[in-house]
Write a protein that binds this ligand. Sequence first.
Ligand SMILES: Nc1ncnc2c1ncn2[C@@H]1O[C@H](COP(=O)(O)OP(=O)(O)OP(=O)(O)O)[C@@H](O)[C@H]1O
Length: 307
Amino acid sequence: MRDDLTNRGYLPRRNPAFHVPAAASARSEAAPRAVTDTTGAASPLDAYRVAKEPYYRAVADEIALYEAAYSVRMPMMLKGPTGCGKTRFVEYMAWKLGKPLVTVACNEDMTASDLVGRFLLDANGTRWQDGPLTMAARFGGICYLDEVVEARQDTTVVIHSLTDARRVLPLEKKGEIVEAHPDFQVVISYNPGYQSLMKDLKQSTKQRFGALDFNYPEHEVEAEIVVHESGVGLDAAKKLVHIAEHARNLKGHGLDEGISTRMLIYAGSLISRGVAPLAACRVALVRPITDDPDMRNALDSAVTTYF
Ligand SMILES: Nc1ncnc2c1ncn2[C@@H]1O[C@H](COP(=O)(O)OP(=O)(O)OP(=O)(O)O)[C@@H](O)[C@H]1O
């Protein structure tokens, strides 16, 4: 049930910051494909397999481009506004390529040790615990740093030696240099709308990545996604997309960000469970994105145009 809800967008996939993907808990359906390190031992990344095919509706040639990038282990940057499908895409690609996916939700309190690892004290003394980046590098996973720009620049630089020709990670505290497993890849997500001079990636970080642009899909495709993910009918889904398009035109004119595909799925989910469309749109589309009374009125009247 939880997986069903997660796949339909009701439940968060990425909290806490360093997590086992929801799909991993439903692993029993797929034949287990053990991850091995170079010595052939089983790996802790087994828990990070995406076992069930995630629903992903391709919008252009992003799947082929990503596959080509992965074939040369090019680090990738997924650029686009919030809730437009970047995370779903990387989950789908990890499944398609049969690689474990280790996701880290970046934040400004994150330190390099949170990524790389640290010594822990337990009953038997101190022991080293790999962080998510080290684990993915050691055992060959895709490490997805979501909203990487939220991390401080001195944290982000730890990925530099892994994202150029060296493909190594020095663990200074441990006195070890980890050579990245051949399957290892770093993927970051980046919302260009949020960037400011104070908060941006260094050029020396950006230039280590290939980049794929994401945006809200065109009308028919977005409606198809909303139908699939929320269970709402196609007519209502199309109306929801019209409302979103209206709001997206107000970005920069009173709205910081437009209504995302994720929000449309929330609205569709409420409608498909019997909530009146006006109320569903207010709760899921209008109230979350603005507190400005005039803007709320403008969006409410856009809603009443369609419902
Ligand atoms: N092309 C798509 N195919 C299938 N589902 C999609 C697609 N685009 C968006 N979605 C749906 O929209 C929801 C939000 O997308 P997702 O979580 O991938 O956004 P995101 O771009 O990673 O957002 P954020 O930057 O906030 O993390 C997904 O859970 C999925 O249901």
